[in-house]
Design a protein around this ligand. Structure first.
Ligand code: HEC
Length: 114
């Protein structure tokens, strides 16, 4: 899916702010980003996109908070996905640890830019 140009611009500024450590991690993150997006939109059952708005995934769900506005920390996302929150189901046992980490990285990086 083509990303809007504004997203790319924000991503680049975010990377510059975060400095060298993040740049070294880039090759690993590229793969995680694709997997994370797939988990968000399709692989999770039910997919996160059904309930959450997240521009980077083209998701417009309204059951849960908009992740673009919430800008959750990485550990907040991991906790929510592993244990569930309110009506949000827990995904432990449904997603692999790799998938859980990938979706957390994807959500975190696409909302906070760091
Ligand atoms: C059935 C709907 C539903 C699905 C599917 C769902 N969520 Fe949620 N999510 C919610 C709701 C509702 C809340 C708010 C819960 C509350 O605060 O009581 C929430 C909260 C969150 C939060 C914020 C947690 C916090 O600390 O406030 C994050 C992050 C999150 N979801 C990420 C995800 C991710 C990633 C997925 C997919 C793996 C996902 N959600 C799937 C409904 C859903």
């Amino acid at each position: 899916m083509a990303r809007p140009r504004a997203d790319g611009d924000r991503g680049v500024r975010g990377l510059r702010r975060s400095g060298p450590a993040l740049l070294l991690a880039l090759p690993a993150m590229a793969g995680a980003d694709d997997l994370g997006r797939e988990v968000f939109t399709a692989k999770a059952t039910p997919p996160c996109a059904v309930c959450h708005t997240l521009a980077a995934a083209g998701a417009t769900g309204e059951v849960g908070p908009s992740l673009d506005e919430l800008k959750p920390t990485r550990s907040q996302i991991l906790e929510a996905v592993r244990s569930g929150v309110g009506v949000m189901p827990r995904y432990t046992g449904l997603l692999t640890e790799e998938q859980i980490r990938a979706v957390a990285d994807f959500v975190h990086e696409s909302t906070s830019g760091n």
